[in-house]
Design a protein around this ligand. Structure first.
Ligand code: G
Ligand code: G
Ligand code: MN
Ligand code: NA
Length: 258
């Protein structure tokens, strides 16, 4: 079978699952959010296929639309479960691909999912990439406004690696910049990476946006980034992406009583 057919079948057979990577707020040292990350449990077996191996095909074939809807539904239902289990409230970040973003029905779909699960829109963050903003700007602006008016937060993922101009930061309602991990990787050795990170943090602060540093892998990187006024961090040094049960264990172990 070709990969497209296998992926189509994977959705029917419920072979997709989500892992969640904790995000830590630096001011409190607490896990205040998670990013949902898609995995494919191929043929229901032991092996989890990472998204870079199949997301491009989901995007090419348009399968990302139903799969993306499954991701939103699953992540929101899970976040609501954690809430009902008495865990401290978490901000839920979900990745949205361009094709999903441009679907006319996206805001309505999200509205339905939030309502059915009794989950607040203010606790949902949609991560979009700069490439989305390269396309029809009029359409992206009105789509982002609609989502913002619903109370949803917008983050720019992989910030600093796309091809779009910075002008969109002025025009579009964006809440958060996620500094791409290539800069974090280099910052303790390469002064240029450090300078770029400092500039991004400063830019975000002046524009009233928050900053998340991605891909923090060492204590040294964490220390460096903490001293520069970044709000949140995410990376293997703090936690790898975990299955839902792992997130619950982590939160209960570190923050008993919420
Ligand atoms: O989990 P991992 O680091 O391997 O993810 C690789 C890439 O796949 C990242 O760029 C991430 O944004 C993307 N990705 C992960 N989950 C989803 C998802 O649910 N939807 C979309 N559109 N992209 C995702
Ligand atoms: O593009 P996006 O930010 O959505 O990608 C998230 C991806 O980054 C996930 O696939 C996740 O597994 C990966 N990731 C998260 N933390 C780290 C890290 O500290 N180092 C590296 N190399 N990858 C990470
Ligand atoms: Mn992301
Ligand atoms: Na990223």
């Amino acid at each position: 079978l070709d990969l497209e057919t296998r992926l189509r079948r994977a959705l029917e057979r419920n072979e997709f699952l989500l892992h969640y990577q904790p995000q830590v707020e630096l001011s409190s040292g607490r896990v205040t959010g998670v990013e949902g990350l898609l995995r494919w449990c191929k043929d229901g077996g032991e092996i989890l296929v990472p998204p870079r191996e199949f997301i491009p095909i989901l995007e090419e074939t348009g399968l990302i639309v139903p799969v993306g809807e499954w991701v939103l539904q699953t992540a929101v239902a899970q976040a609501r479960q954690w809430e009902l289990a008495g865990l401290a409230p978490l901000q839920l970040a979900v990745n949205i691909s361009a094709r999903q973003f441009y679907r006319e029905s996206l805001p309505e779909k999200i509205h339905t999912i939030l309502e059915q699960n009794g989950f607040s829109s203010s606790r949902l963050t949609l991560e979009i990439t700069e490439s989305i903003l390269l396309q029809d700007t009029g359409e992206s602006l009105s789509k982002l406004r609609t989502l913002k008016d619903m109370g949803i937060n917008i983050a720019i993922d992989d910030f600093g690696t796309g091809y779009s101009s910075l002008a969109y930061l002025k025009r579009l309602p964006i809440d958060e910049l996620k500094i791409d991990r290539v800069f974090v990787e280099g910052m303790t050795e390469d002064p240029k990476d450090a300078a770029l990170i400092e500039a991004i943090i400063e830019l975000a602060r002046k524009l009233g946006m928050k900053v998340v540093a991605e891909g923090v892998e060492t204590a040294e990187q964490l220390d460096f980034i903490s001293r520069r006024g970044c709000e949140k961090v995410q990376g293997f040094f703090l936690s790898r992406p975990l299955p839902a049960a792992g997130v619950e264990e982590l939160l209960k172990a570190h923050f008993p009583g919420g």
